[in-house]
Design a protein around this ligand. Structure first.
Ligand code: FMN
Length: 245
């Protein structure tokens, strides 16, 4: 059967290396940084999660009403809504005992994923590419792009409806954070991690009356270029626009 060989990837387990295969961690190489560096002077602080007072749906309502939503109104999102979505999808929820634990589970707590934002329509901040800095509960403005909505929807394989989203979450991975411990057996974990984060975003959006849609249909190079990642050490794996309904 022509697909069987590649199915091995789906069965691979980070914990099933052959006995003579050593990870870089086992070889004594330095652990890669678990957070990307950032310029402290450029932080745009987000609202503290504990101070956000939205009327949320109940958990059972969220689960039963959760749907993929692709039709958004022109109404801008607020920074408070963005703060809520970033924290609940992938914020740092526990800093105790020298470990950072986050809103989404992560295989081996390798946390290879980074959240970027394509801001199209959020009150109080200009359009452009931003990066989430969970350590500071903040975002950073990365760059302005001419014709951004057009370039984004082209990169998403011409899914034009995403132009009306207030923001597009873009998740990259820095694979070496996982490979350092688990070799290339970590790759399956990366995709599983991304799924958890995106599901959090679905549930959070549903909780506060917003809509989202997971997007795996995109062109790799254009989206990497748009976000400003090199396509080798860091690259995009998943997207999700969020908008008002
Ligand atoms: C991994 C993944 C990739 C997806 N990619 C796209 C996409 O590129 N474009 C799109 O319109 N919907 C995409 N979807 C949304 C699915 O079409 C949607 O989840 C599915 O139809 C089930 O509907 P529901 O989410 O409302 O239950 C994706 C969903 C997942 C989980």
């Amino acid at each position: 059967m022509k697909y069987e060989k590649n199915r091995e990837f789906l069965k691979s387990s980070a914990w099933s290396k052959t006995s003579n295969e050593k990870s870089d961690q086992e070889l004594g190489l330095k652990q890669p940084e678990i957070f990307k560096s950032y310029n402290k002077n450029k932080l745009i602080k987000l609202k503290n999660f504990k101070e956000i007072k939205f009327k949320e749906k109940s958990f059972s309502e969220i689960i039963t009403s959760r749907r993929t939503r692709r039709k958004y109104t022109d109404k801008a999102l607020t920074l408070e809504q963005l703060s809520y979505l970033l924290y609940t999808s992938y914020g740092i929820t526990d800093k105790s005992s020298n470990r950072y634990l986050r809103a989404a589970p992560s295989g081996g707590n390798r946390q290879t994923i980074v959240t970027y934002l394509i801001v199209q329509n959020i009150q109080g901040i200009k359009k452009g590419i931003y990066r989430y800095i969970p350590l500071e509960n903040a975002i950073i403005f990365e760059k302005n792009i001419d014709n951004m909505e057009e370039i984004t929807s082209n990169a998403a394989r011409d899914q034009k409806w995403i132009k009306k989203a207030g923001v597009i979450f873009v998740w990259t991975t820095i694979p070496y954070r996982g490979e350092w411990r688990y070799t290339d057996k970590s790759h399956k974990l990366i995709l599983l991690d991304a799924g958890h984060i995106c599901q959090n975003l679905y549930l959070a959006s549903e909780a506060i009356g917003l809509g989202t849609c997971a997007i795996a249909a995109y062109h790799q190079k254009p989206i990497d270029n748009l976000i400003g990642v090199d396509g080798t050490n860091e690259f995009v794996i998943y997207l999700a626009p969020v908008g008002n309904l």
